[in-house]
Write a protein that binds this ligand. Structure first.
Ligand SMILES: *Cc1c(COP(=O)(O)O)cnc(C)c1O
Length: 401
């Protein structure tokens, strides 16, 4: 078993194609799919040695599987962490990254602008086990320091945030966390490793929904936690073994193969997103566009520091409120209405009535989610086709007044 990725002399794009491949004796060209739940041993002695840890082989796929390890090694290599643990969904990864290291009496400081289920974990689930929290405006650096209590163990944020695409300065917050001995966990699902490498920037633990850009083709759920070997040994290994949020080998194979094209897919999608964002800025039916790659984004300087490009998501306000926003969504011909994102197919959603529906009006307004807000995930179609579709839909929405 090749658990520790050796530092690679190759570029990330090359690593995505080759890293983690551990060919079997058959010499297959591509990555093999080990669709197995268990393993057999040559002897009773070998079985005993596996269980005692003297023999490093696999025991049971809840603990580890060669195809899952392939995906983990490939993602760790590009994130730049010693270790990666792949789990069954993004939420399994988010929950494990927190629950594995926290206990009753501990305290979390989290940015208020979080993915809905992450917010539920922090504000509803973990408090049942005596873990308290403070929600802050993550863009405000002094708010992180001010919220620290003696029992604060974790800082948690998402950047860019859903759906407003606000940024948290990973380097600066990482500095505050480090000096206070706090573990900084960053949900990097919205960016993907092709847009932002959170670990080298200052995150201790980087979590992914692999369902989004990493699969990127709408096929399977998956999640991952990129971290140090020490974090894996101290917290994750025990938690994962005994609670079982394991990734299926089939999904791991799909995700590992998807990593081969991650960089070219996401780079192209981000290039189109930048063009679409510029187009929307000029459109008379659009009131405000939020895209980290635009110079008009209030945190553009942070985006330039920590992001490789502006990402694949664009949020904008349609003139005329919810009615106009709905008319525009319904008039789209190519871009589909879906809450998914990071896909090769462009998708659009109305956060206030879907993903952020359960928040109170006040909670939504506090993070800027108005009824005219639309979130667009830009895919791999030709950008000019997307602009044509958006233009006719927005004009149609205004026309019907
Ligand atoms: C989708 C998403 C999740 C949850 O991932 P699943 O794979 O759907 O469980 C968590 N955080 C962010 C930012 C997401 O976009």
């Amino acid at each position: 078993m090749l658990e520790h990725p050796a530092p690679s002399p190759w570029s990330v794009q090359t690593q995505l194609v080759h890293d983690g491949l551990d060919r079997s004796d058959f010499g297959e060209t591509t990555e093999a799919l080990y669709l197995t739940s268990g393993y057999v041993y040559d002897s009773a002695e070998q079985a005993a040695d596996r269980f005692s840890g003297e023999d490093e082989g696999y025991i049971y796929s809840r603990y580890g599987n060669p195809t899952v390890s392939l995906f983990e090694r490939r993602l760790a290599a590009i994130e730049g962490t010693e270790r990666c643990a792949a789990l069954s969904s993004g939420m399994a990864a988010m929950y494990a990254a927190l629950a594995s290291q926290l206990r009753a009496g501990d305290h979390i400081v989290a940015s208020r602008a979080l993915f809905g289920s992450c917010l539920q974990v922090i504000t509803n689930l973990l408090p049942r086990y005596g873990i308290t929290y403070t929600l802050i405006d993550g863009a405000e650096l002094s708010a992180w320091s001010a919220a620290i209590q003696p029992q604060t163990r974790v800082f948690f944020c998402e950047t860019p945030s859903n759906p407003m695409l606000e940024l948290v300065d990973i380097g600066a917050v990482g500095e505050i966390a480090r000096s206070a001995g706090i573990c900084f966990v960053v949900d990097n699902a919205f960016a993907s490793p092709a847009v932002q490498r959170a670990a080298p920037l200052g995150a201790d633990v980087v979590t992914y929904s692999a369902t989004k850009h990493i699969d990127g083709q709408g096929r399977c759920l998956g999640g991952a936690i990129c971290c140090s070997e020490a974090f894996y040994q101290q917290h994750l290994q025990f938690y994962i073994r005994h609670t079982g949020p394991s990734l299926s080998p089939f999904n791991a194979w799909t995700l590992a193969k998807s990593l081969e094209t991650l960089d070219i897919r996401v780079t192209q999608m981000a290039r189109s997103a930048a063009n679409v964002a510029a187009f929307l800025t000029e459109h008379p039916a659009v009131e405000h566009v939020s895209y980290p790659g635009l110079a008009s984004h209030s945190q553009h300087a942070i985006a330039r520091r920590q992001m490789i490009n502006g990402g694949t998501l664009v949020s904008f306000q349609v003139r005329g409120g919810q009615n106009a926003a709905f008319r525009a969504l319904n008039a789209l011909g190519l871009i589909r209405i879906s809450n998914n994102l990071g896909d090769s197919k462009s998708m659009v959603t109305h956060p206030a009535t879907t993903t952020h529906r359960v928040l109170s009006d006040e909670q939504r307004w506090s993070v800027g989610i108005t009824n005219s807000l639309v979130r667009l995930s830009v895919g791999l179609e030709l950008d000019e086709d997307l602009m044509t579709d958006l233009d006719q839909a927005l004009n149609c929405a205004q026309g019907e007044g």
